[in-house]
Design a protein around this ligand. Structure first.
Ligand SMILES: [Zn+2]
Length: 172
C-alpha cells in the first residue's frame, strides 16, 4: 500500500517540467504558470471542467489515471494556509463535487485526494497550489508507471473533459 501511494504521488511523469515547453520565465510567475493560464485556454487545450467564484476544476494533462482532476484557486498562491476563507471553502466544496461527478461517470472504486506542498514534497508546480482528485480502480496501480510515461491523446482528454463538464452540477 505504501509503495502504491509513493508511486502515485511521485511527480516523475511530469516530464514537461524540464522539457522544451518550459516558458522562458519558468512556471513560478503568473505569466508562465499553467494554473493561472488554464482558465483562459480555448479549443482542444481547454481542460477546465467547472468554474466557481474563487476556484476552478481542471483535468490534469498528465493524469495518473483517467479522470484525474485538479481543483485550483484562480489566485496565484502557493501555500494552503494563505487561502482566504472563501477560497478554502470553495476548494473544499469543489473537491466534494469532483468526487461525486467522477463517481457518477466512472464508478471509481476509491480516490486519492490531496496536495503536495513545496517542491521537496513533490509539487511539480509549487508556486500555485492545486488539489489532486485522482480516481482509483482495483488493480490500477500495476499499470500506473506505464500510463505515467504515456502521452494522453488530446482528443481523449477533450472527450473526458466534456463528459465531466456535462455531469458537473450547475450550482458547482
Ligand atoms: Zn499561478
Amino acid at each position: 500500500m505504501r509503495d502504491d501511494l509513493e508511486r502515485l504521488w511521485t511527480p516523475y511523469r511530469m516530464a514537461y517540467i524540464s522539457g522544451a515547453d518550459r516558458p522562458s520565465g519558468g512556471y513560478d510567475t503568473p505569466a508562465g504558470c499553467p494554473f493561472c493560464l488554464a482558465p483562459r485556454a480555448a479549443g482542444v487545450d481547454r481542460l477546465v471542467v467547472a468554474t466557481g467564484e474563487q476556484v476552478y476544476a481542471v483535468l490534469n494533462r498528465y493524469p495518473y489515471n483517467p479522470g484525474h482532476l485538479m481543483v485550483c484557486p484562480y489566485r496565484h498562491v502557493a501555500d494552503y494556509p494563505d487561502l482566504d476563507p472563501a477560497e478554502a471553502a470553495e476548494l473544499a466544496g469543489f473537491t466534494q463535487t469532483a468526487m461525486r461527478v467522477v463517481r457518477q461517470v466512472s464508478e471509481a472504486h476509491g480516490f486519492n485526494i490531496g496536495m503536495n506542498q513545496g517542491a521537496v514534497a513533490g509539487a511539480g508546480i509549487a508556486a500555485h497550489l492545486h488539489q489532486h482528485v485522482v480516481p482509483r480502480w482495483g488493480g490500477d496501480s500495476n499499470f500506473m508507471p506505464v500510463i505515467g510515461l504515456t502521452k494522453v491523446l488530446p482528443q481523449l482528454l477533450a472527450d473526458t473533459r466534456d463528459l465531466l463538464a456535462k455531469a458537473w452540477p450547475a450550482a458547482g
